[in-house]
Design a protein around this ligand. Structure first.
Ligand code: AMP
Ligand code: MG
Length: 486
């Protein structure tokens, strides 16, 4: 059955987007199809592997029901407001309605120039496409809400970046591509009718319960805040640094979106920054919750005209909701952090127990993922040698273990171990592995990419045959910066 799309976003007013066909690519070729994802969306992988499927994934063929468009949005980039960004290298091909009735955007990144391209070429290169493929699929396997990679195709073009690179398109699936910056686009223009239409659309698509609230815009703000608080708490528990938490990269549906210079921590330090474009460390690991709160404040501001006609009243009410972020985040963080040390129900008094372990981990310059994985193994086997090693038998870590073991006495040991095993991954997308896989792919060898992807798709269960993927980089393998690679 041929693929059929729909596009509810195209029914919004015309200035929400620009109708935009994807560029014709000379020679599309499939690099990787996410067959599991395709099946879960109700698509037949054979249709996607067929010539018309590959042509569709590269943007050359628009399937039945598709109304391709580029979305308009604005955004704060590193704190500075740009009233006009938009999809400069992406086309929303349409929406997939799954057999169970869920709606997902099918978005082609690297689909050519659009009215929003400004000086850019609208293209994407293979290494950036595969980076997003790897890291977003790793996040999905870790259980973190995220956009998904449906396919990576090369286009047959050569794109100039630092040097010549193969051109590629990422076919991305998301709950939607509505961003904080989408609301900001209309707020900046004081286009209240458009804001209302966008709010109504967003509520109907993502937060239907908000429609019946006393104040739908405040209910929407709260719902988005809850999603973001939980998302960032999840990032913090897997050691993920997004790298570019601009408001145009903040999804209203609460998914991780726009993987650029992102990375997972190896050595734990709260101030870690990888992104080569983040010179001030605005988006450092430990800043992420505060930045999410700041981004939500921009969202709240965009909703003000819908909250109350009297600006002071609107601002007061929005602020009252925003002030709840700290508590929401703390609760989300503590639930997940508690599980990492075996607490099935963490109490607020447990916060300091986790904080102290993190402080000791930072001081010892120990690996974030291995610290918790080794603690899990120690609980399982009773042997603490690997856990202790980075701490070199310090009195502080022994004192911490005594306090922690005393706290664990109230826990059912099987449940406690199960909580740790479900919260502490063995395999993360370590930077040195990602870089090596992308380098090989650029040279035509996809095997390291495929092997790494397979490891990352099953991150919680250690397998002896892939034990080397558990390891942090050797000193000569450390990657100090990651690049946008657009
Ligand atoms: P990003 O860094 O991917 O979040 O993109 C920020 C903004 O720059 C968005 O409006 C993108 O559409 C735009 N952009 C990024 N790369 C390109 C490119 N190669 N050509 C045109 N626009 C781009
Ligand atoms: Mg972006």
């Amino acid at each position: 059955m041929p693929i059929t799309l729909t596009n509810s976003y195209a029914e919004l007013p015309g200035h929400f987007f620009s109708l935009q066909s994807a560029a014709q690519m000379p020679k599309p070729s499939m690099v990787r199809l996410n067959t599991d994802l395709a099946v879960s969306l109700g698509l037949n992988p054979a249709d996607l592997f067929a010539d018309t499927g590959i042509e569709m994934l590269a943007g050359n063929h628009h399937p039945k029901g598709s109304t391709p468009l580029s979305m308009a949005y604005a955004g704060h980039q590193f704190g500075n407001f740009s009233p006009q960004l938009g999809d400069g290298r992406a086309v929303l091909l349409g929406e997939i309605l799954t057999p169970s009735g869920a709606r997902f955007d099918l978005h082609l990144k690297g689909a050519g120039r659009t009215v929003f391209s400004r000086g850019g070429d609208g293209k994407a290169v293979l290494s950036a496409v595969l980076r997003e493929y790897l890291v977003s699929e790793a996040m999905a396997a870790l259980g973190v809400p995220t956009t998904r990679a449906l396919a990576a195709v090369t286009t047959g073009e050569t794109i100039m970046r630092d040097g010549p690179e193969p051109g590629a398109v990422l076919a991305r699936v998301a709950s939607s591509h509505i961003r904080v910056g989408t609301f900001q686009f209309f707020y900046a223009r004081q286009d209240v009718a458009a804001l209302r239409a966008l709010m109504d659309y967003t509520i109907a698509r993502h937060y239907p319960a908000a429609a019946d609230a006393d104040s739908p815009p405040l209910a929407l703000l709260f719902a988005v805040m809850q999603k973001q608080a939980d998302l960032i708490a999840h990032w913090m528990q897997v050691g993920f640094i997004h790298g570019v938490m601009n408001t145009d990269n903040a999804s209203i549906a609460g998914e991780t979106i726009d993987y650029g210079p992102c990375a997972f921590l190896d050595t734990y330090h709260p101030a870690t920054v990888f992104s080569s474009i983040d010179r001030q460390g605005r988006y450092a690991f430990a800043n992420q919750p505060g930045i999410a709160h700041w981004n939500l404040a921009q969202f709240a501001q965009s909703l003000l005209p819908l909250i109350d006609a009297v600006p002071e009243t609107a601002a007061e009410q929005a602020q009252a909701v925003l002030d709840g972020f700290g508590d929401l985040y703390k609760a989300a963080w503590l639930g997940r952090a508690g599980a990492k040390i075996g607490l099935t129900v963490a109490q607020s008094a447990d916060q300091v127990l986790v904080d102290d372990l993190l402080a000791l981990t930072a001081e010892a310059e120990a690996d974030f993922t291995l610290t918790f994985h080794n603690l899990t193994l120690a609980v399982q086997t009773g042997d603490f040698a690997d856990f202790n090693a980075p701490f070199e038998g310090s009195e502080a870590i022994n004192a911490w273990r005594d306090r922690w073991q005393a706290r664990l006495e109230g826990e059912d040991s099987a449940q406690s171990l199960a909580a740790m095993q479900a919260a502490n991954p063995v395999y993360i997308a370590r930077n040195h592995r990602v870089e090596a896989a992308l380098k090989a792919a650029n040279e035509g060898d996809l095997e390291p990419f495929e092997t790494l992807l397979k490891v990352l798709q099953n991150p919680f269960r250690a397998r002896p045959e892939t034990a080397e993927y558990e390891n942090p980089p050797r000193p000569d393998e450390i990657v100090h910066a990651t690049f946008c690679g657009t």
